[in-house]
Design a protein around this ligand. Structure first.
Ligand code: BT5
Length: 263
């Protein structure tokens, strides 16, 4: 069982985890964290839930959140001169690093917000900004990790494209240790990010990114569709594509489909 007290025990972070709240059930931890942020919660405030009744993904999609997973949101208040788009990538990287460190599994990132193991989704990230004009008052980062979840508790259509730690390892893991290690990793990475000392992190991101080197199709949230070879990540966190005609374009966000390996 998740226990805020257990997670805090031995947690030595600078910002992330400044306060930790655990709820047995909520609609969406992102909603709860947003409310706390609007009430002035400190940066690094964490909200966790046992289950979510309206867990969501990007573009209003549903996120299935049965008991046994890690459903968590963090309140961030990044300085306005840092590229916000990169926070989702940073978070995905921190999850992948945590899974690699704790369970020695080959976790990879898929641009922009997925973590994959054996090409199946084990984790997703949803960032939502709360702005006054152009200035971000807070950014809520929502993280879902399929930890102690049997795949049969997910809908049929997801069972071939999703995976969980329980499926991969054949056992349950300590959720408190998983969350504590993730918060520690995220804290370190976030500090490098806000201090603009994160070059090394993006080298690591590219190294474990499944998207780069593949032929991809990206649908932007406005409905435009682009195809090309994924060549890199821009300084803003966008995906750099080389189109068939040879031109280069950068897409800041969207839904990315991996088509085939570089030929
Ligand atoms: C994401 O969206 O991957 C972001 C997921 C963020 C979830 C966390 S949980 C804590 C916090 N509170 C929330 O309400 N949300 C955040 P996206 O890239 O749009 O992917 C959504 C798609 O993933 C769905 O349409 C399904 O196809 C698939 N999916 C849904 N639930 C899943 C699960 N548990 N495991 C793997 N895939 C899932």
């Amino acid at each position: 069982m998740i226990s805020a007290k257990d997670i805090k025990n031995g947690l030595r972070t600078r910002v992330i985890g400044s306060s930790i709240t655990y709820l047995d059930q909520t609609t969406s931890t992102n909603d709860y964290a947003r409310k706390l942020a609007e009430e002035g919660a400190a940066e690094g405030t964490v909200v966790l839930a046992g289950t979510q009744t309206s867990g969501r993904g990007r573009f209003g999609r549903q996120w299935h959140s049965p008991l046994g997973g890690v459903w968590m949101s963090i309140v961030l208040r990044p300085p306005s001169n840092r590229p916000l788009q990169k926070i989702a990538l940073l978070c995905g990287l921190s999850i992948a690093q945590t899974l690699r460190e704790l369970y020695k599994i080959d976790a990879a990132v898929k641009w922009p917000n997925d973590v994959l193991v054996e090409d199946k989704k084990i984790s997703g990230v949803l960032t939502e900004g709360n702005f006054r004009g152009q200035t971000p008052l807070s950014v809520i980062v929502g993280i879902g990790i399929n930890a102690n979840i049997a795949l049969k508790t997910l809908p049929q259509e997801l069972r071939y494209q999703a995976t969980s730690l329980k499926t991969l390892l054949g056992r349950n893991v300590s959720l408190n240790k998983l969350v504590r290690t993730f918060l520690t990793t995220m804290d370190r990475n976030y500090e490098l990010f806000i201090k603009d000392k994160d070059k090394g992190l993006w080298l690591e991101y590219k190294r474990i990114c499944k998207t780069i080197g593949l032929q991809v199709r990206v649908a932007s949230w406005r409905g435009e569709v682009y195809e090309g070879l994924a060549e890199g990540i821009s300084s803003e966190g966008g995906l750099i594509l080389r189109t068939k005609r040879g031109s280069e374009l950068t897409i800041l966000s969207g839904e990315c489909f991996h088509l085939r390996a570089k030929t």
